[in-house]
Design a protein around this ligand. Structure first.
Ligand code: PLP
Length: 443
């Protein structure tokens, strides 16, 4: 092997990456990335062979697990046959994926525009909603993330938006049913009354759309109270506001349904997706729309485009990922294994004083930690960290459990392929880690 092709060590990979590339959402001097060389199933390895359980499916996105031959082969075959065609052309993977998504999506959502990822799906959903309604305002929620491009970051409600302000005009944020670990939840009626008041105050005739994560992801795996999404649907319909469900993270089996809206029998007007669409093997996003909205562009120009719209490799990867979800019953498995995970989360809550709340739906789960069980003071502040949370993150890393640790919480979002034994192995590490945070609890 020549010097140029000799594999880099983990330290070399980290050093060069830090020297010449920017890491997202981080001060570069403080990043400490895990060097990753290969991955298979629910695991990945460093170049030196340290094994990690991928307890976050990377970015809540490798739903089919790593190294899935059927997806890899489909990508390979597509590249050998047709590497790329521009988006004015029609290709077989584009045709088949459009038809397949029409079959999978709820209601009459059966027309799709393909993008590079989730942010662009939301950008185009907003563009379509504004065109179709002739209105300009967009409602979004505070505890949300919709992507990092100019429009999507303006929709985003969490602190990642702050550095991008002033952003796209016309976005109005509303409160969520959840108010953080100390204040807890509103019931559906209270949350809907707040939403209706904002709609009245803003002028319903000025509002094109309400964009919301069906089950909120990075802002806390927030499963809406029953009746909330049905109420949102009703309010939107009553006021001619289009409902945009952002299913970028919650879609493709993560919650134990193809799409999270299915749990509540709600059909949004537009539905955005990415991540699990291809199990993240290659980038692809999409915005799906109901037939009536697509009809708006029958005789009017659709004013949008992307060089990689309907990329044949992305479409082939998505078709293969969907086939894997179907053949291996991964949506049903997420529901079944999700029941075991709910039980394991409940056991953690019963045993560990630092566990303030656990939430999950399917294999979409979170643990929120507290410093004080009576006041429910979080173990790290909103948008902050603490020594104890940092120590917990270090413990997980040392023990070979990879997951997202953010503010006062950590996530449980394994690939949908995880077995019960593997899930128990991961939870055994979590159980030991929580001894660190238990020591910080006051009362
Ligand atoms: C709910 C949600 N919407 C949109 C996005 C943005 O997707 P992307 O990073 O592919 O642009 C994300 C990414 O995490 C997400 O979780």
């Amino acid at each position: 092997m020549t010097a140029a092709t000799k594999p880099l060590t983990g330290d070399e990979i980290v050093a060069l990456s830090r020297e010449h590339t920017l890491f997202e959402w981080s001060a570069q001097a403080r990043v400490d990335p895990i060097p990753v060389a290969r991955a298979e199933g629910i695991h990945f390895w460093t170049p030196e062979g340290k094994r990690f359980i991928d307890f976050n499916s990377q970015l809540m996105s490798v739903n089919a697990g790593h190294g899935e031959r059927r997806i890899i082969d489909a990508i390979h075959e597509q590249l050998k046959t047709l590497d790329y065609a521009n988006p004015f052309m029609a290709t077989e993977p584009r045709a088949r994926l459009g038809a397949k998504l029409a079959e999978l999506c709820p209601g009459d959502i059966d027309v799709f525009f393909f993008t590079n990822g989730g942010a662009e799906a939301n950008e185009n959903a907003v563009k379509i909603a504004r065109q179709a309604t002739g209105r300009h305002k967009i409602l979004a929620r505070y505890r949300s993330y919709h992507g990092a491009t100019a429009g999507a970051i303006a929709l985003t409600g969490d602190p990642r938006r702050w550095a991008a302000e002033p952003g796209m005009p016309g976005v109005v944020h509303v409160l969520d049913p959840y108010h953080g670990i100390e204040r807890g939840w509103d019931d559906a009626a209270t949350a809907l009354a707040h939403l209706e008041e904002v709609i009245q105050l803003e002028g319903p005739q000025t509002i094109a759309a309400f964009v919301l994560e069906t089950v909120t992801g990075t802002n806390g795996i927030l499963v809406p109270p029953d009746g909330y999404l049905q109420g949102v649907r009703e309010l939107c319909t009553r006021h001619g506001i289009l409902m945009i469900a952002d299913e970028v993270m919650a879609g493709f089996g993560r919650t134990g349904e193809w799409f999270a809206v299915n749990h509540w029998g709600v059909v949004p007007d537009l539905l955005t997706m990415a991540k699990g669409l291809t199990s993240s093997y290659v980038p692809l996003g999409a915005v799906g729309m109901r037939r009536a909205i697509a009809d708006h562009f029958r005789d009017r120009v659709f004013p949008g485009g992307l060089t990689y719209n309907s990329h044949p490799v992305g479409c082939a990867a998505a078709l293969a990922a969907i086939r894997v979800y179907e053949e291996d019953r991964l949506v049903e498995r997420a529901r079944e294994t999700g029941r075991v995970m709910k039980q394991l989360l409940a056991e953690l809550a019963a045993k560990h004083p630092s566990v303030g709340a656990v939430r999950s739906i399917g294999l979409f789960g979170i643990v929120e930690l507290v410093r004080d069980r009576k006041t429910r003071e979080p173990l790290a502040p909103y948008n902050g960290t603490s020594e104890e949370m940092a120590a917990l993150a270090r413990f997980f890393r040392e023990e070979g459990l990879y997951t997202m640790v953010r503010w006062n919480a950590f996530y449980a979002n394994p690939p949908l392929t995880i077995t019960e034994a593997q899930l128990r192995e991961a939870f055994a590490i979590v159980d030991r880690g929580l001894e660190i945070t238990d020591r910080a609890v006051r009362a």
